[in-house]
Design a protein around this ligand. Structure first.
Ligand code: CNA
Ligand code: ZN
Length: 257
């Protein structure tokens, strides 16, 4: 299970970091309260603040970091049953986690849909509008187009239900970079069998791991990159991860040229 904290080393602020979190960046915008930019009623009334933020999420702006590649290494070694992410930045996919292993629980910017007629909207046109500071509109009915990220009160994607089959058979749960405040995602932390170790790496303790700890829990508090480095070293994978990062980041920058 991962959250916004795994992407802060890629330069994407998490929600609640005081001063730098993206909720604080909306204090001066035309929004009644920061979370409103992810509420459907507010979005339909005034989509501009959302798209001002969405512009910063343009996929080319960010690259996966060592934490994403650690998850990729788990996948390459056949150890990753599933990756449940709350992030909508698409960096797990960019790091090479295949669709079949990924549950983007809060959706992603990979696709977008008209809020009026429900037609899928081509993404090139969508980004051209967003990057040009215009609200993207449906070419058929002129309705506002919304990326398929899950707003407050919206249903999670069908794939989220995979947790029903995954969690009972997992033999380790890694929880990285999340404040475990958003439901129903947060409650997945309680879904593994009670004998299954949960390894939580985050700046601070949070959620059920703070208020209902289990005897086999491992908490690695502090900077996430340091925590992941430490685990990778204990596993003897330091060189392998370094090679993977070099190979992949080389390819990504090669693609830019
Ligand atoms: P959150 O509530 O912002 O919590 C993030 C957690 O990560 C906090 O406890 C931070 O202290 C911790 N953290 C941040 N950086 C580090 C670091 N470098 N080392 C250690 N700990 C760190 O975010 P959640 O994911 O828990 O909340 C769920 C929301 C946030 C989801 O709906 C996301 O869609 C949404 N979000 C996503 C992104 C993204 O896609 N990258 C960015 C911001 C918010
Ligand atoms: Zn339409």
């Amino acid at each position: 299970m991962v959250g916004a904290g795994i992407s802060t080393p890629s330069g994407i602020p998490s929600c609640r970091s005081p001063g730098t979190g993206f909720y604080s960046s909306f204090q001066h915008c035309d929004v009644p309260y920061p979370e409103a930019i992810f509420e459907l009623t507010f979005f339909l009334h005034n989509p501009r603040p959302f798209f001002t933020w969405a512009k910063k999420m343009y996929p080319e702006n960010y690259r996966p970091n060592v934490i994403h590649y650690f998850l990729r290494l788990l996948q390459d070694k056949g150890l990753l049953l599933r990756l449940y992410t709350q992030n909508i930045d698409g960096l797990e996919r960019a790091a090479g986690i295949p669709d079949s292993r990924l549950v983007e629980a809060h959706g992603s910017f990979a696709s977008a849909t008209c809020t009026v007629c429900g037609r899928a909207s081509p993404m090139e046109g969508f980004w051209a509008e967003v990057m040009g500071d215009r609200v993207p509109r449906c070419t058929v009915c002129t309705g506002v187009v919304k990326p398929d990220i899950v707003f407050f009160g919206e249903a999670l994607p069908q794939r989220f239900l995979l947790h029903v089959v995954d969690f009972p058979i997992a033999d380790l749960l890694l929880i990285l970079g999340t404040s475990l405040q958003v439901e129903p995602f947060a409650s997945l932390s309680e879904a593994p069998r009670s004998s299954v170790p949960r390894v939580f790496m985050n700046q601070e303790a949070a959620g059920s791991l703070a208020w209902r700890p289990r005897s086999r829990d491992v908490l690695q508090l502090g900077e996430l990159v340091d925590g992941v480095d430490k685990l990778v070293e204990l596993l003897g994978w330091t060189e392998e991860l370094k090679d993977l990062v070099q190979r992949e980041t080389g390819q990504l920058s090669g693609r830019d040229r």
